[in-house]
Design a protein around this ligand. Structure first.
Ligand SMILES: NC(=O)c1ccc[n+]([C@@H]2O[C@H](COP(=O)([O-])OP(=O)(O)OC[C@H]3O[C@@H](n4cnc5c(N)ncnc54)[C@H](OP(=O)(O)O)[C@@H]3O)[C@@H](O)[C@H]2O)c1
Length: 317
């Protein structure tokens, strides 16, 4: 099995693998009180499978599993001694129950909670989970710069930021913003270009290209729909779209060593010149192994457009 290719992520010293593991489902529950030995065993098995497949980049958030994902990650790190130094750990903060918050004291407390749960002295990449309309970006920037200067976070990222929100935060931050974590997949085209009805793309990827910011793609296989292994949804428009994409994948797969839909969905995201890193979410060792093989696929221009066209439901204008 060839090693996963890597790329530089902002100012981090360790290059990150072209595919990361999204840890939103790592605990297998959203209720920390439910976590038991079986949850821990499964999480450790998934972590070991990811390392085995060559993944060195792991994405968390304080809220995943109601905090259980970060706590269980500590067990994962302890189960594989020496692994912490070889990986890049990302987490996020700023989403609370029913609202967002970038209040400096809240963010400080949230970071301390994440560090404690994972048993870390610092996180490699600290991301604002969503923009908070009630926080002035100057205040948010000041607390991020403080954490960065203290060495508690090694790089700063954002998530779900539109280009103008990125500009506003950048205006006040001394440290660079190295990543924007957004939904990108064949089922979420907004950041790429215009949609089927001609509505404009949102410009996120162009901004990443212009500023050298790495896009991190969440839900890169559409939350599972693009695996081709799920029963299709009832709703006819969405169902038709998935059928078209899976149909186009079936046509091109023989040219890529019979690549699976999951692999083609990831290869489609990987092909963009912005150096998008898909945050692939799975706890299943076989699925993780299958997914990482996507990094070896180099889709032709024609096939990339064929999949895009299938998702749009119309030829490009
Ligand atoms: N910033 C944000 O607002 C935000 C929002 C959502 C997600 N995220 C991040 O993105 C990561 C991934 O998100 P996601 O889970 O929505 O994305 P995804 O990778 O598109 O989908 C994951 C789902 O697909 C299933 N799956 C994967 N491979 C499969 C296969 N070969 N066959 C059948 N099913 C398969 C997984 O189930 P199995 O476990 O059974 O494989 C899981 O249910 C999260 O963990 C998180 O880090 C961020």
């Amino acid at each position: 099995m060839p090693l996963l290719p890597t790329q530089i992520l902002g100012n981090l010293p360790l290059p990150v693998t072209r595919i990361a593991l999204g840890c939103m489902g790592l605990a297998g529950t959203w209720n920390p009180a439910e976590v038991g030995d079986e949850h821990r065993r499964k999480a450790i098995t998934a972590y070991e499978a990811a390392l085995e497949a060559g993944i060195n980049f792991f994405d968390h958030a304080d809220i995943y599993g109601g905090t259980a994902c970060e706590s269980i990650f500590k067990d994962c790190l302890e189960a594989v001694p020496g692994s912490r130094e070889k990986i890049v750990i990302a987490t996020k903060a700023g989403i609370r129950s029913g609202f967002y918050e970038h209040n400096p004291d809240y963010l400080r407390r949230s970071l301390e909670g994440s560090l404690k749960r994972m048993g870390l002295d610092f996180v490699d990449l600290y991301q604002l989970h969503r923009p908070d309309p009630l926080s002035h970006p100057s205040e948010t920037a000041a607390v991020l710069d403080e954490m960065y200067t203290q060495g508690k976070i090694r790089a700063i990222g954002v998530s779900n930021y539109h280009p103008q929100q990125m500009l506003a935060l950048r205006q006040f931050l001394k440290a660079p913003i190295v990543s924007n974590q957004i939904a990108i997949s064949l089922l979420h085209l907004d950041p790429i270009y215009e949609g089927a009805e001609g509505q404009g793309g949102d410009g996120s990827l162009d901004q990443c290209l212009a500023f050298g910011i790495t896009p991190l793609a969440y839900s890169p296989i559409g939350g599972g729909w693009l695996s081709g292994k799920r029963d299709l949804p009832e709703e006819p428009v969405f169902r038709g779209r998935i059928e078209r994409i899976l149909g186009a994948m079936k046509e091109i797969a023989p040219q890529y060593n019979d690549a699976t839909p999951t692999q083609l969905a990831l290869a489609w995201v990987l092909r963009h010149p912005a150096g998008i890193i898909p945050l692939y979410g799975s706890n299943n060792p076989a699925h993780i192994q299958e997914a990482t093989a996507a990094a070896q696929i180099n889709l032709s221009r024609e096939d990339w457009y064929k999949l895009w066209t299938a998702s749009r439901g119309s030829r490009v204008p």
